[in-house]
Design a protein around this ligand. Structure first.
Ligand code: HEM
Length: 472
């Protein structure tokens, strides 16, 4: 019974690794996680075009061909509107990332204006305040320890920024090592043994998986109560704050009634934390690492920061948004060290894969390998070299639009892309105006070895020590 589906791909003429008990191919060549596994499928099993593998008994179609990705995520999106089923916790059921079909579409269109350029501008001061705290913390760490653990520092920054913008909470993680908010957030993303068991059981029965208690349940309750308290407080005492929480509370229909329910706002706030905290901290960590290892590129960024600040009469929102070289540095960081190593879609309407005669059944999970595409020498010659000028407009134009997917692709891409880039720029600019980053003897040489066991792209060992010296 466990091997029931194992000829699914073979009988359809789809190449791929031979499935075996007990895992199908879920964990790849012995117990590697997504990043390595995807690279193995892409290079060794035909995944650069497409191939099939198994998660337990579930067949998964792995598609690396750029034209096919464009068709799936953009042109024929109505056949692939959904993401995979996520682990079941009642609190999370209304999260945008979990919603399907028409419900997803409706909620996405209500939430989208929350991330417009004008809304970001209103959040500038809040983000700048958190970036100033980051700068203070880095300075203090450098004085105390002679180096800065930069991943930890950026984790505190993105935590404080999401706590403030999505929960209206002052988390103080720079000064409070026992912050309850930070501890609860950690248990949301920790993949402890019970969560691992739940993930495995999910492949067999979602109902059974939901019965397994995990630390996520306790954390969910904590965040629910925090959001509900703030909603109730703000309803009694209207606030002029324009953070995400307020923007979600302000979604009104034509009769002036709030569109998103309390439970939906709770779910979206937790999702913002879940989706936005570690991803943005990872981007910042790798950007700082790449700049520390290439002083010439760093000096060019610093020069651009100084010029923009002078042109705009201070470190204004407009100045931060007027730094094209910094923008290229961030794009190149996201190419080489894309925090999300893959994206996924579920087939919602029977579909013939263009350029093939493969018919994809409803319910089939599709995996799109982001990192292997970003590191494919066919699209990016000498792919491990850090070169921001790959993102000059004339260079970008030469490439296929789906050769760059750090935020996914099409109508279901990352809803907060603009916010993530903005937040990362504010942090980097605030830092590089005053400090120069340098490697320590312990900083790994380029390219950074990646943690084989992590779900998100992450530095091996989890630590990135750097020196932060005052600019002359
Ligand atoms: C550098 C930082 C970030 C990266 C690399 C990133 C990447 C991604 C990716 C790859 C997806 C899936 C897209 C797809 O399947 O096509 C996604 C979805 C999403 N992200 Fe982000 N993200 C980042 C930051 C954030 C932040 C800061 C937030 C919230 C404040 C956020 C909220 C979301 C949400 C809500 C979705 C689900 C969208 C939907 O299903 O409609 N992300 N993100």
């Amino acid at each position: 019974m466990l091997t029931k589906n194992f000829d699914y791909w073979k009988s359809r003429g789809v190449p791929g690794p031979r499935p075996c008990l007990p895992w199908g191919n879920e964990f790849g060549p012995p117990f590697t996680k997504v990043g390595e596994f995807d690279s193995w499928l892409y290079h060794k099993h035909g995944g650069k075009k497409y191939c099939g593998y198994f998660e337990l008994r579930k067949p998964v179609l792995f598609v690396g061909d750029l034209e096919m990705i464009k068709a799936i995520t953009i042109k024929d999106f109505d056949h692939f509107t959904d993401q995979r089923d996520q682990l079941g916790n009642d609190l999370f059921k209304e999260m945008l990332i979990i919603l399907k079909g028409a419900k997803w579409k409706e909620t996405r269109s209500v939430m989208s204006p929350t991330f417009s350029a004008s809304k970001l501008k209103a959040m500038y001061q809040l983000t700048l305040d958190n970036a100033q705290n980051l700068l203070k913390y880095i300075n203090a760490q450098q004085v105390d320890k002679g180096e800065v653990e930069i991943k930890e520092a950026f984790g505190k920054f993105t935590m404080d920024n999401i706590a403030a913008s999505a929960f209206g909470i002052n988390c103080n993680s720079f000064t409070d090592p026992n912050s309850k908010f930070a501890a609860m957030s950690a248990s949301l993303s920790d993949f402890d043994p019970l969560s691992m068991l739940q993930f495995i059981v999910q492949g067999v029965s979602a109902k059974l998986a939901a019965l397994i208690p995990t630390p996520v349940d306790k954390a969910g309750e904590f965040f629910r109560s925090a959001v509900l308290k703030t909603i109730s407080h703000r309803e009694k005492n209207p606030s002029s704050t324009r953070d995400f929480l307020q923007l979600l509370m302000d979604t009104k229909d034509k009769d002036g009634k709030r569109i998103l329910s309390d439970s939906s706002i709770v779910a979206q706030s937790i999702l913002f934390l879940f989706a936005g905290y570690e991803t943005t901290a990872t981007l910042l960590t790798f950007a700082a690492y790449c700049l520390a290892l290439d002083q010439e590129i760093q000096q060019r960024v610093q020069q651009e920061v100084d010029d923009a600040v002078e042109r705009h009469g201070g470190l204004t929102y407009e100045a931060v948004m007027d730094m094209p070289y910094l923008d290229r540095v961030i794009s190149e960081t996201l190419r080489l060290y894309s925090p999300a190593p893959r994206t996924e879609r579920v087939c919602t309407k029977k579909y013939t894969l263009p350029g093939s005669d493969l018919v994809i059944d409803v319910g089939t999970l599709l995996a799109i390998p982001v990192l292997p595409i970003h590191r494919d020498p066919e699209y990016y010659p000498d792919p491990l070299r850090f070169d921001p000028d790959r993102f000059l407009p004339e260079e970008k134009e030469k490439r296929h639009p789906c050769s760059y997917l750090p935020f996914g692709s099409g109508p279901r891409n990352c809803i907060a892309m603009r916010f993530a880039l903005f937040e990362a720029k504010v942090a980097l600019v605030t830092m590089l105006r005053e400090l120069t980053l340098k490697p320590t003897p312990q900083t790994p040489p380029h390219p950074m070895p990646l943690d084989k066991k992590a779900f998100l792209v992450s530095p091996e060992g989890g630590r990135v020590p750097l020196c932060a010296v005052r600019r002359e």
